[in-house]
Design a protein around this ligand. Structure first.
Ligand code: NAD
Ligand code: ZN
Ligand code: ZN
Length: 236
């Protein structure tokens, strides 16, 4: 992990102060941009940040109170990255809160339904139970792990192998799982999938998370992209 940056420095890296404030609302606090932020400026930033300082994101150009973005950042994982609340553009490298575990890759000669001309990549995720950290919903409390190891399947063709490489990046950035309440079982404080869909059935499709699914690889590529994991990550 990168050396910890001060939250205020992260904001100023990706937003520039606008001298002329647009006549719009800040969608974080719902106040006018010309009015003070609905969030308090922390004492340690009061030298350089006023309650009504407005910042503009460098790439997408959306504007917010800088104290509002700071409050949002301080409320998250504080990983040095920001995400524009309007258009979801990611600045820096987004990381998640996936607990410690293993991702293992195997090759299976058998084909998946819908992909008759290649073999199969099997991913096995294993995460043991543990204690929640400060990035989790209930720090200090235990989390459970249901249905592990979880087995996942990709076609072993060019696109499937590309998805695999991106899933490895997502795993390293702790984006595949998170700790929260399972929408399937209602159980709180448990390890759950996080926005990047996996196919957990190989030859059947009982859960709806199986094959055939002609759109799956494109869908998962766009889910990876919305977490900031794209082909560019493989070139570096
Ligand atoms: P969840 O129910 O909170 O849902 C989070 C996301 O995971 C949703 O997008 C949902 O569509 C997706 N999802 C739900 N069931 C899935 C499945 N079977 N395969 C792939 N994606 C699925 O997430 P969760 O609590 O992590 O998983 C749902 C349930 O599936 C849990 O009860 C888990 O134990 C079970 N599961 C079991 C295995 C197994 O190999 N035994 C594998 C995967 C999931
Ligand atoms: Zn605001
Ligand atoms: Zn934006």
């Amino acid at each position: 992990t990168a050396p910890a940056q001060k939250p205020e420095e992260v904001i100023k890296k990706y937003m520039e102060e606008v001298p002329v404030v647009p006549d719009e609302d800040c969608i974080i606090c719902m106040e006018r941009l010309a009015s003070p932020s609905g969030y308090e400026v922390p004492a340690e930033c009061s030298q350089s940040l006023q309650p009504n300082t407005v910042g503009k994101f460098t790439k997408c150009g959306h504007t917010f109170h800088m104290p509002c973005m700071l409050a949002m950042y301080n409320n998250g994982t504080k990983d040095g990255s920001l995400q524009c609340p309007s258009c979801k553009t990611i600045y820096g490298e987004k990381t998640g809160t996936q607990p410690k575990g293993n991702m293992d890759i195997y090759s299976i000669p058998q084909s998946l339904p819908g992909h008759p001309d290649c073999g199969t990549i099997q991913i096995i995720y294993n995460i043991p139970p543990g204690i929640q950290g400060p990035e989790h919903p209930n720090p200090g409390q235990p989390y459970t792990c249901r249905g592990f190891p979880r087995f996942c399947f990709l076609p072993d063709n060019d696109k499937g192998r590309k998805v695999l490489e991106l899933l490895k990046v997502a795993w390293t950035r702790r984006l595949i799982f998170t700790v929260g309440t399972s929408s399937t079982t209602g159980e709180p404080d448990t390890v759950i999938w996080n926005e990047i869909h996996h196919k957990t059935e190989m030859m059947s499709n009982v859960s709806g998370h199986g094959y055939p699914d002609p759109n799956y690889l494109d869908n998962v590529l766009s889910e990876l992209a919305s977490q900031g994991v794209t082909e560019d990550c493989l070139k570096r």
